[in-house]
Design a protein around this ligand. Structure first.
Ligand SMILES: [Mg+2]
Length: 172
């Protein structure tokens, strides 16, 4: 368990850090009242260039779902890729999300049937995944990206991200 639970305030940006998805403890999130997860795809579930989910990631998703977590995947990427991942994980997927805009997060909350305070966002980008989530009161857990490769726009946002939280990301 590498999450730093220093405060429960949504004003903390991001709410918490973790090295990777599989380092997040679903039991710990459940214990403090979270019931839903919104999960980013690229560089969170799998590498930017990958098409297959790693067995530990599939196992982690299955464990979280078995615990009772409702799950939605939310991506700025194209529908084909997101639909394939959603089918693999057995949960709804929202493509073309335009994070950090709020619209797709509202849709995700509706699909989950949960309030923002019961939901966490798990993603590798501060200025899309986490910013969009926390503007709506969804607590964001910032993960280290799986791969260093990104979309060109993402590389620009990474500069802002690194200026804000560069030294705070956990080493893993
Ligand atoms: Mg990502």
């Amino acid at each position: 368990m590498t999450i730093l639970w220093t405060t429960s305030s949504v004003m903390r940006f991001p709410y918490a850090y973790a090295v990777s998805l599989v380092q997040v403890d679903p039991e710990a999130l459940w214990a403090v009242g979270f019931r839903g997860m919104i999960v980013d795809v690229d560089n969170t579930l799998l590498g930017f260039d990958d098409s297959e989910l790693a067995p530990p990631v599939l196992q982690w998703i299955a464990t979280a779902q078995k615990r009772g977590f409702r799950m939605v995947i939310l991506s700025n990427n194209f529908p084909e890729r997101v639909a394939a991942m959603a089918a693999r994980l057995g949960c709804p997927g929202i493509p073309n999300a335009l994070k950090p805009l709020p619209f797709a997060y509202w849709r995700a909350l509706r699909l989950l049937g949960l309030r923002s305070v019961e939901t966490v966002m798990l993603g590798d980008q501060l200025m899309t995944d986490i910013l969009g989530a926390q503007l709506l009161g969804i607590r964001g857990i910032l993960l280290n990206p799986i791969a260093q490769k990104d979309f060109p726009l993402t590389r620009v946002l990474r500069c802002v991200e690194s200026w804000l939280v560069g030294g705070k990301r956990p080493q893993g």
